[in-house]
Design a protein around this ligand. Structure first.
Ligand SMILES: Nc1nc2c(ncn2[C@@H]2O[C@H](COP(=O)(O)OP(=O)(O)OP(=O)(O)O)[C@@H](O)[C@H]2O)c(=O)[nH]1
Ligand SMILES: [Mg+2]
Length: 191
């Protein structure tokens, strides 16, 4: 997929106005959101590092007829309380105010039980009634024989009916499902 970095932004006034539909990627810090964008792009367009807390602003990517937004991760233990609150306020303002938003991808780590913040954000996204794609990320770190039981446990903890998709940036598992979701979001009606 052709993906080009468009801009970083914090304040609503500087979010890009393009008229294109938009899909945003939510997830805990270090879940692999930026890597997801690079995997779709088959190129290094988003910044990734070994240390979590890397993405601190909204990062907008242009996919031609759709924008993808790499969001700052929530729940990174090493940021200050103020910083964490700032991230939450930014995410909340984004989902409440972004008219272009057509759907969300939430990335959770398949290895762990969802955190309280994963659950809270999942429920907030579900409550909005917009399309939501739940990805069980880093699936390469768990044997395939355990995938189903991990899925059941995580979806149950999230309170969920949402079907999940196994995702790995290393093996490409889930890539087609993500591309299909983005394809549907291109056609989605504004809210
Ligand atoms: N094994 C494995 N590692 C992954 C996968 N996706 C990402 N990673 C690694 O996880 C780490 C964090 O990835 P990022 O893409 O920076 O995570 P992020 O969600 O953008 O993190 P923040 O910007 O802090 O919110 C990096 O070391 C990645 O290489 C995956 O599918 N499998
Ligand atoms: Mg990131």
């Amino acid at each position: 997929m052709q993906i080009r970095f468009l801009q970083s932004a914090m304040a609503l006034e500087s979010w890009p106005v393009t008229g294109l539909p938009e899909v945003a990627i939510f997830g805990r810090s270090n879940a692999g959101k930026s890597t997801l964008i690079n995997t779709l792009a088959s190129a290094r367009v988003a910044r990734v590092s070994r240390d979590p807390g890397r993405t601190r602003t909204l990062n907008f990517f242009d996919c031609g007829d759709l924008l993808l937004v790499d969001l700052p991760g929530y729940g990174y233990a090493k940021v200050s309380k103020e910083q964490e609150q700032r991230i939450h306020a930014l995410l909340r303002r984004y989902i409440e105010r972004r008219e272009a938003l057509r759907g969300a991808i939430q990335l959770v780590d398949i290895r762990h039980a969802p955190s309280a913040l994963d659950i809270a954000w999942h429920q907030e996204l579900v409550a909005r009634g917009q399309p939501l794609l739940l990805l069980l990320g880093k699936a390469d770190q768990v044997g395939r024989g355990r995938w189903k039981s991990r899925e059941q446990e995580i979806v149950a903890a999230l309170g969920g009916r949402t079907p999940a998709v196994f995702w790995s940036a290393r093996t490409g598992d889930g890539k087609r499902a993500v591309e299909e979701f983005l394809g549907r979001m291109r056609q989605a009606e504004p809210r």
